[in-house]
Write a protein that binds this ligand. Structure first.
Ligand SMILES: Nc1ncnc2c1ncn2[C@@H]1O[C@H](COP(=O)(O)OP(=O)(O)OP(=O)(O)O)[C@@H](O)[C@H]1O
Length: 516
């Protein structure tokens, strides 16, 4: 392992990047990025979609090779950025927790923590010692989870803490200089976010350096000591979080010219109009006797904890799943159960939560991903109007601030947030009668978030009904005319207009689960 000369040795736990550049074909993802992080700090790395955050992390992990010229220093270990391998990264004491936690759901916490290092007795596993070892790691790190539990039974915050504990399990015997967390709260219900962040604060108080990637600016501002902002692959600033507020940080991320989110004016729904969506007695899968409706121009939100049936509700309405009882009416007409084509034909559009897996065509170009829901628009007399498709793609790219090298860039080469924007653009461009949106701004940057809210509000203003699932409390408060709280696959409470308050949402969510 290379070492820095003693005069430039960074203190243990510190990170220093100098001149890190990464070029993909047709795209400079990182341009001469230089910044450093002091040891024992909670340091956030923020930036718009496609600004280069993941690329930087992948270089530090040895997944991508940087262009020649840069250097990365972690504690006393230093290496040219184009020479980093996964083995060097591990030896230098960098540990990663990715958004996909990489845990094995069917296995116990102990097995996930110890992996190949499970203690053995004769020819089998010494389970007693294994659970004991795993439990002492969890206890040392203050993770309130029993080692014997099965990972699939953990709440999302608990699972994230177990993934962190796996990264730090050897921190008492080996050097762990840096813990890198890639959007760890993106998939957490808002009720569990504080639990995770409090634990991270405690780790930092014990001296752990954390590099925290997030689009959630309130978390960044409330918990970080310092913040680095990337924009379009260029380092904008590294400064103390104390010098920043939400407005300044937003400006640094999106540039001066982009607006900041404003409160939605008021509900625009026509109370006398017939519902665009009516769900009656819907029962099937986790859903139980669900009644709800959405009127034209109305944004109806569904809140609930993980497992409350929120996503199943949208999937069932869209025909992804069948059901055993009840009915779904779109525009006054019953929709055949389990038929996505019937739902689309009757004006429904669906943006799923896991867009990367369920909605993006990774090997196709961006322009095809945008046009795929309405291909016949481009067919004239049997000829496919390819140029028009590309022109429309250019306009969507501009409208949704999608960062791509070209309109026909392969989808797999877009950043996660840009893939999400593309899927949203695909459906919002259709003028649907009913928009089914599952966590529409998860992983989307602060500038595009405002844009997406405007598009959703515009769709409602144009007469569409919107059924929105969101774990983001601000999003619910900003957009919803009406909120249903789900628990155990059924609505347990509903509030409208000014009755939708953070207290009401929190109280209803917790009380409904306590009653179980
Ligand atoms: N394998 C690849 N091939 C080509 N271009 C790529 C590849 N990976 C990333 N890029 C490009 O590099 C740029 C930076 O992407 P990156 O994934 O680092 O962004 P990010 O800041 O993590 O964004 P997000 O917040 O959306 O996750 C993007 O424009 C992306 O399209």
């Amino acid at each position: 392992m290379e070492r820095t000369p003693s005069s430039t040795v960074a203190p243990a736990g510190a990170l220093a990047l100098a001149g890190v550049t990464k070029t993909f074909p047709g795209m400079r993802a990182l341009d001469d990025v230089t910044f450093s992080v002091a040891p024992g700090r909670f340091h956030s790395l923020v930036g718009g979609n496609g600004s280069g955050k993941s690329t930087l992390i992948k270089i530090m992990a040895g997944v991508y090779r940087a262009d020649p010229g840069g250097t990365i220093t972690v504690g006393p270990h230093s290496r040219s950025a184009d020479g980093i391998t996964p083995a060097w990264s591990h030896q230098a004491g960098i540990r990663f927790v990715h958004q996909d936690l990489g845990l094995f759901g069917a296995l116990s916490v102990t097995e996930n923590l110890l992996g190949p290092d499970m203690p053995r007795a004769y020819r089998s596993i010494d389970w007693r010692t294994a659970h004991h070892q795993a439990q002492s790691v969890l206890d040392r790190l203050g993770v309130p989870v029993a080692a014997r539990r099965c990972v699939r039974d953990l709440r999302p915050a608990e699972a994230t803490l177990v993934a962190i504990a796996r990264g730090l399990r050897d921190a008492d015997t080996t050097e762990v200089n840096l813990l890198v967390l890639d959007e760890p709260t993106a998939r957490l219900p808002h009720t569990e976010v504080d639990e995770l962040l409090d634990r991270l604060d405690a780790l930092v108080a014990d001296g752990q350096t954390i590099l925290y990637v997030s689009h959630r600016l309130d978390e960044v501002l409330d918990h970080s000591h310092s913040v680095t902002v990337l924009r379009d692959g260029v380092h904008q600033t590294t400064q103390s979080a104390e010098c920043l507020d939400r407005r300044r940080l937003t400006r640094l991320i999106v540039g001066e010219e982009r607006g900041i989110l404003h409160k939605r004016a008021s509900a625009a729904a026509d109370g006398s109009a017939a519902p665009i969506l009516r769900v009656e007695g819907l029962t099937g899968g986790p859903l139980h006797d669900v009644d709800l409706d959405v009127r034209p121009g109305e944004i109806v939100a569904v809140a609930g904890l993980v497992g409350s049936g929120r996503t199943s509700l949208l999937e069932t309405i869209f025909g992804v799943h069948g059901y055993v009882a009840g009915r779904v009416m779109l525009g006054g007409r019953p929709i055949r159960r389990g038929r996505v084509d019937a739902a689309i034909h009757n004006g429904a559009a669906y943006v799923p939560e896991d867009r990367a897996r369920h909605s993006a065509f990774h090997s196709l170009g961006l322009e095809m991903n945008l046009s795929v829901a309405d291909l016949h628009r481009y067919l004239r007399k049997g000829v496919f109007r390819r140029r028009q498709e590309l022109r429309d793609a250019v306009s969507d790219i501009d409208r949704f601030s999608i960062r791509a090298a070209a309109p026909d860039t392969v989808m797999a080469h877009l950043s996660g947030g840009n893939q999400q924007k593309a899927v949203l653009a695909r459906w919002l461009g259709q003028d649907p009668k009913l928009l089914l949106l599952d966590e529409p701004t998860q992983g989307v940057d602060v500038g595009a978030r405002a844009e997406i809210y405007e598009q959703i509000t515009d769709a409602a203003r144009g007469g569409a009904g919107v059924l929105l699932v969101s774990s983001d409390l601000d999003e619910l408060l900003h957009l919803a005319d009406r909120v249903y709280v789900f628990d155990g696959g059924t609505p347990v409470a509903c509030a409208t207009g000014s009755d939708i308050t953070p207290e009401w949402v929190g109280h209803t969510l917790f009380n409904s689960t306590e009653d179980e």
